[in-house]
Design a protein around this ligand. Structure first.
Ligand code: PRP
Ligand code: URA
Length: 214
C-alpha cells in the first residue's frame, strides 16, 4: 500500500483491488455484478482502513490454556454511507465487522452547480464517541464528502475518516483542505473531472449503476 504525497491521504493502489475496479469500470458490467464488486472492493479496503481500530484485551480459554487476545472494542465504529451510492458499501464493511453501527446521510449534487444538498440525516446514538467512516464510492469535486463530514462534526463527531473507491485529484485536494484532520482512503485516483463534474475515466454514475435507475 503506497502513501501518496498529501498528508492523511492513502491511495491503496493494490493489484487485487485494481483488478476488480477494472471490471467495475466497464460499461459491460451490469447491476448485479456491479453491486457485488462494490461490496468486495469495500471489504478489501476495510481491511486496510480499519487496521488501527480501537481494540480491547480479552482473556480466552483455548483447549490448551488461557491467553490474552485483542478484540475490536464494542460500540467503537460507525459507518455512514452517503445516499445513494454509499449504501452499496455497507455490506462490504459488515462482512469483516458485522457489529459496525450504521448512520445515513442523504445528499445529492445539483446537476448544474455541482453543490451538495442535504435531505436526510439519521445517526446512531452515541456516534460522537465513535470512530466514524464515511462511505461513498465516488469522490468527485469533494463537495458531498466535505458536506457530510461538516454535518458529522456539527453533531459532535471528532474521529472521522472517508472511504471512497474512485477519487478525482480535485476532490481529494478539496476534502483534505476542508477537513485536514480527516484521514482519506481511496482505492484509486483517476485523471480529472469532466465539465459535468464526472470523474475521468471513472465509472459513470455510481448510484444509477448500483440501483439500475438508468
Ligand atoms: C454522487 C456520489 C457522491 C457524489 C460525488 O452522488 O455518490 O455522493 O456524487 O460527487 P462530489 O464529490 O462532486 O460531491 P449523487 O449526487 O449523484 O447522488 P445519488 O447517488 O443519490 O444519485
Ligand atoms: N458521482 C458519480 O456517481 N460519478 C462521478 O463520476 C462523479 C460523481
Amino acid at each position: 500500500m503506497k502513501e501518496k504525497e498529501l498528508k492523511n491521504v492513502t491511495i491503496l493502489d493494490h493489484p487485487l483491488i485494481n483488478h476488480k475496479i477494472a471490471i467495475l469500470r466497464s460499461v459491460d458490467t451490469h447491476t448485479k455484478d456491479f453491486r457485488e464488486l462494490v461490496e468486495e472492493i469495500t471489504t478489501l479496503m476495510t481491511y486496510e482502513a480499519f487496521k488501527d481500530v480501537p481494540t480491547r484485551e480479552v482473556e480466552i480459554q483455548t483447549p490448551l490454556e488461557k491467553c490474552k487476545q485483542q478484540m475490536v472494542a464494542e460500540n467503537s465504529i460507525a459507518v455512514v454511507p452517503v445516499l445513494r451510492a454509499g449504501l452499496g458499501m455497507v455490506s462490504g464493511v459488515h462482512t469483516l465487522f458485522p457489529t459496525a453501527k450504521v448512520g445515513h446521510i442523504g445528499l445529492y449534487r445539483d446537476e448544474e452547480t455541482l453543490e451538495p444538498h442535504e435531505y436526510y440525516c439519521k445517526l446512531p446514538d452515541g456516534i460522537e464517541k465513535m470512530r466514524v467512516i464515511v462511505l461513498d464510492p465516488m469522490l468527485a469535486t469533494g463537495g458531498s464528502a466535505a458536506a457530510a463530514i461538516t454535518m458529522l462534526k456539527a453533531r459532535g463527531c471528532k474521529d472521522i475518516r472517508q472511504m471512497s473507491i474512485i477519487a478525482a485529484p480535485e476532490g481529494v485536494k478539496t476534502l483534505a483542505t476542508a477537513h485536514p484532520d480527516v484521514k482519506i482512503y481511496v482505492a484509486v485516483q483517476d485523471r480529472c473531472l469532466n465539465e459535468n463534474g464526472y470523474i475521468l475515466p471513472g465509472l459513470g454514475d455510481a448510484g444509477d449503476r448500483l440501483f439500475g435507475t438508468k
